[in-house]
Design a binder for this molecule. Structure first.
Ligand code: NDP
Ligand code: MG
Length: 392
């Protein structure tokens, strides 16, 4: 039977790579597409929906419903809009769902898709950071599988295949160090949005690119590793590896380390999740080790990249700390992108928001159901916005 798929966040960087792999596999002839979703990019969303012959296309923005309807005229494809319509699109069963919306908005559609007991390919790291226990419990309750798509986590998953988790001593995820790897503190304080967006190795959406420059992306990934694989925080490390060839390493109690190497092309991790448990040929470059010649590693600088220190705190606190951390980080990023906050102020704002919320609500001891997560997400955005006024 033809496998059915849905792509949430189809018009983004991960969405485009997913679309590319589906098209190469034979498009609508090979997969039956249930839903594709986007937000602002209506023309591309409609184009993808038509190319894949999707049942429904949904934009997150209700103001764009008219434009979407127009772009889909005569195609027989349903159009819908708004966050609830995106969640309803996830209620339509699909065998394989790509979760690639950016930010906390990806959580609810992912949770709804898990209820079908099928496969969720998870690029939206924010889901695990904000609501890891809830996501895993939902998957377990419905017999669904979550496959990591973040390259480091796909790498850890691959290195762990066939291994006993009890034999794992440590997990190391790599960080390219971003465009500011060697910048001194004084220069970092003045970094611009354009400079922060220019990632040296990976081509990604602009929000995650800036998060890479500040290492907030790596901070989210440390928390993601803790939540997805369940290893204790002190077993999880990040190491700077400028070449972005080794994505993660797993160390075992006999001293061996299994490393995962691959090109900096997200189609590897996406394709791995699409074809799992099989491995099929993928259109990614093959590594030429002699040409690469050198793989180097260095310890990350916590002083210049305080997001990594904050991640440790969140990993230890758990509870609602991840949701608060992510929401505060999203506000800090919005403010930096709008030119209202300096590059280093982002970490300062997140730290201040966490401190405020932890004295207000005791983040680590709170209940972590969906309502609790959404409430703390909301409150953290309010507090972060208030505190940003004070920092400016
Ligand atoms: P992009 O910014 O490129 O794309 C985001 C997608 O989400 C787009 O389809 C966008 O629509 C849609 N979108 C934006 N806002 C909303 C909203 N409020 N509600 C619903 N949909 C929305 O992001 P990426 O593809 O780079 O990243 C997607 C996720 O994958 C993130 O969680 C990121 O951390 C993660 N990830 C990305 C990697 C990468 O290489 N890019 C690597 C590893 C993880 P539109 O464009 O139409 O406005
Ligand atoms: Mg990653």
């Amino acid at each position: 039977m033809t496998r059915s798929i849905s792509i949430f966040g189809a018009t983004g960087s991960i969405g485009e790579s997913t679309f590319d792999l589906i098209q190469r596999a034979g498009g609508p002839g090979a997969y039956r597409t249930v839903a594709v979703t986007g937000a602002a990019n209506i023309a591309r969303l409609a184009e993808m929906a038509r190319a894949l012959r999707a049942e429904v296309a949904v934009t997150a923005d209700p103001a764009r419903l008219g434009a979407l309807r127009e772009a889909l005229a005569g195609s027989g494809i349903e159009a819908a809009a708004g966050p609830e319509a995106i969640a309803e699109a996830a209620d339509r069963p699909a065998d394989w769902t790509m979760s690639a919306i950016v930010g906390a908005a990806g959580l609810v559609p992912g949770l709804r898709a898990l209820r079908h007991g099928r496969t969720l390919a998870l690029a939206n790291k924010e889901s695990l950071v904000t609501a890891g226990p809830l996501l895993l419990a939902t998957a377990k309750a419905h017999g669904a599988t979550i496959l990591p798509v973040d390259s480091e986590h796909s790498a850890v998953f691959q290195a762990l295949t066939g291994e006993e988790t009890a034999a794992v001593e440590r997990v190391i995820i790599t960080a390219s160090g971003g465009p500011f790897r060697d910048w001194p503190l004084e220069r970092l304080a003045k970094a611009t949005v354009a400079e922060a967006k220019a990632h040296p190795n990976w081509s990604m959406g602009s929000r995650i690119s800036i998060d890479s420059a500040s290492m907030f992306n790596k901070a989210l990934e440390l928390i993601e590793t803790r939540e997805y694989f369940g290893f204790a925080p002190d077993m999880i490390e990040a190491v700077v590896h400028p070449q972005s060839i080794v994505h993660a390493l797993v160390g075992f109690r006999d001293g061996a380390i299994m490393a995962h190497l691959g090109p900096a092309d997200m189609r590897h991790a996406i394709g791995f999740a699409l074809n799992w448990p099989d491995r099929k040929s993928l259109p990614v470059a093959r590594l030429d080790l002699a040409q690469i010649a050198n793989l180097s590693f260095q310890a990350p600088d916590i002083e210049r990249f305080p997001a990594l220190r904050l991640a440790r705190e969140v990993m230890r606190t758990r509870g609602l700390a991840g949701a608060a951390f992510n929401a505060a980080k999203e506000i800090a990023l919005d403010q930096f992108m709008a030119g209202r906050l300096g590059f280093l102020d982002m970490a300062g704002l997140v730290e201040a928001t966490l401190a405020r919320l932890s004295s207000e609500t005791g983040l680590g001891n709170a209940a972590t159901g969906l309502e609790d997560v959404l409430n703390i997400d909301h409150l953290a955005r309010i507090r972060a916005t208030e505190l940003a006024e004070a920092i400016r």
